[in-house]
Design a protein around this ligand. Structure first.
Ligand SMILES: Cc1cc2nc3c(=O)[nH]c(=O)nc-3n(C[C@H](O)[C@H](O)[C@H](O)COP(=O)(O)O)c2cc1C
Length: 156
């Protein structure tokens, strides 16, 4: 018999087409606005997540208790700041991989090599990104950000 009953932990990966401005400074402000709000809400719901922004696409991983993730995804999927929201994978996990309530990783010269290695572009255009590829890229992007902050020992 189990000593304690743990609620089920899941992750949900989706991708969508961004409806944000094509102007980089405007877009940066819009993303900051999403992040400010999402961070607070995810903290409250004990959700950890990473949002990848790559050439007009959003790819997000949400981790947390099943009902919290479902409720959050329902809100996200009806947000007019993106469209064509498709779930890539939804499954139970044994532990979280992401450390913050809401982190964003924008494609930039500093992480270009990681994006190129993952080569998500053609999969996104075909509408069939592989969960393992998204997951690997997200982990590498998180590790890069954390290493810059001197927190690389967590990821050895
Ligand atoms: C790409 C994208 C990612 C988002 N991620 C989150 C998220 O992780 N958590 C969250 O609560 N809201 C997120 N949002 C915002 C929600 O879609 C929605 O605007 C917000 O949760 C509504 O909050 P409210 O009910 O307090 O107005 C995201 C929006 C977009 C466009």
């Amino acid at each position: 018999m189990r000593a304690s009953k743990r609620s089920s932990l899941i992750h949900l990966i989706y991708f969508s087409r961004s409806q944000l401005s094509a102007e980089p400074p405007v877009r940066a402000r819009q993303i900051a606005e999403i992040a400010r709000h999402a961070q607070k809400k995810n903290e409250f719901s004990v959700i950890t997540s990473l949002l990848i922004v790559d050439q007009g696409y959003f790819i997000q991983i949400l981790e947390g208790e099943r009902l919290s993730v479902q409720e959050t995804f329902q809100r996200i999927s009806t947000d007019v700041r993106h469209r064509d929201v498709h779930i890539v994978e939804w499954r139970e996990i044994t532990k979280r991989e992401f450390v913050t309530s809401f982190a964003t990783a924008l494609r930039a010269p500093s992480n270009e090599a990681l994006f190129q290695r993952a080569n998500l572009g053609p999969m996104l255009q075909r509408g069939t990104p592989k969960a393992s590829t998204v997951y690997g890229l997200a982990q590498a992007l998180q590790a890069e950000v954390m290493a810059k902050q001197g927190i690389d020992h967590l990821f050895v």
